[in-house]
Design a protein around this ligand. Structure first.
Ligand code: SF4
Length: 201
C-alpha cells in the first residue's frame, strides 16, 4: 500500500499526516482519495521516522531532483519527524527539499518554527489564496480564527531569513487581477516570490 511516499508530477512526495488546522473550501481531500501513484493518501496511522525511510525503498531516490513534504494534511503538524526526515534525506541523497504548507505551522506548534528549517529545507511554498484577511477566513476556515492570515505572513517573512526560496501562491482564476496585484505587493514587501498556480479543478 503506497500512502506514505508517493510520486506525483516529477517529484517524490511525503505524506506525514492527515491532521490539518484548516478546512479549505477547495481542499482536494474532499474530492479525491489519492494523488500521483499513491494508492490512497488516507493514513491508517501517522508513519514513524523509520516507516517513512522504509517507504523510500519503493523508489530510486537518486532519480528525483526534489523531495516534497505534501500530502493529505499539514506537514508541520508532525514538525519533529519532518525535521528528522529532512536531515536524513539531505545526508543520504543530498536532495533539494520543499515544504508545501498552509503557513500556520508556528501557530500549530506554538512557537516560531522558521529557524529550524535552516540548512534543511530549500523551498517553502505557502498557499496564500487571497490578499485579504477576511476572505482568507472564509476560504481557509483556520481553527485559530482571526489573526491567522497575519500569522501566515509573519511565518513567510521569518522563512525568508532561513530558507533560500520562499514562495506564496494563489490559484489562477480564483481571485481578480486586482487581487493578484495586491498579493504580488505583499510578496514584494516580505521578500517572497509570488506564484500564480494553474487551476486544476
Ligand atoms: S490547508 Fe491543505 S490540507 Fe488543510 S484543508 Fe486546506 S487544502 Fe486541505
Amino acid at each position: 500500500m503506497k500512502n506514505i511516499v508517493y510520486q506525483a508530477y516529477d517529484g517524490l512526495y511525503i505524506n506525514l499526516t492527515n491532521k490539518c488546522p484548516c478546512d479549505c473550501t477547495f481542499c482536494e481531500r474532499n474530492i479525491m482519495d489519492r494523488v500521483g501513484d499513491s494508492d490512497s493518501l488516507w493514513l491508517e496511522h501517522e508513519p514513524s521516522f523509520r516507516e517513512v525511510i522504509d517507504a523510500f525503498n519503493n523508489y530510486d531516490v537518486d532519480k528525483f531532483s526534489e523531495i516534497i513534504f505534501c500530502g493529505f494534511g499539514e506537514p508541520t503538524e508532525r514538525f519533529d519527524v519532518l525535521l528528522e526526515i529532512a536531515a536524513y534525506v539531505k545526508k543520504t541523497w543530498n536532495k533539494k527539499l520543499r515544504l508545501n504548507t498552509n503557513g500556520l505551522g508556528s501557530l500549530v506548534n506554538g512557537r516560531n518554527i522558521a529557524p529550524d528549517l535552516s540548512g534543511l529545507i530549500d523551498t517553502v511554498s505557502i498557499s496564500l489564496n487571497t490578499p485579504d484577511p477576511k476572505s482568507y477566513l472564509e476560504i481557509v476556515k483556520p481553527k485559530f480564527g482571526e489573526g491567522s492570515f497575519e500569522a501566515l505572513l509573519d511565518f513567510a517573512e521569518e522563512c525568508t531569513k532561513y530558507v533560500p526560496n520562499v514562495v506564496l501562491s494563489t490559484v489562477e482564476t480564483t481571485i481578480t487581477k486586482e487581487q493578484e496585484k495586491e498579493c504580488a505587493a505583499i510578496c514584494e514587501r516580505i521578500g517572497a516570490r509570488y506564484r500564480i498556480r494553474e487551476f486544476e479543478g
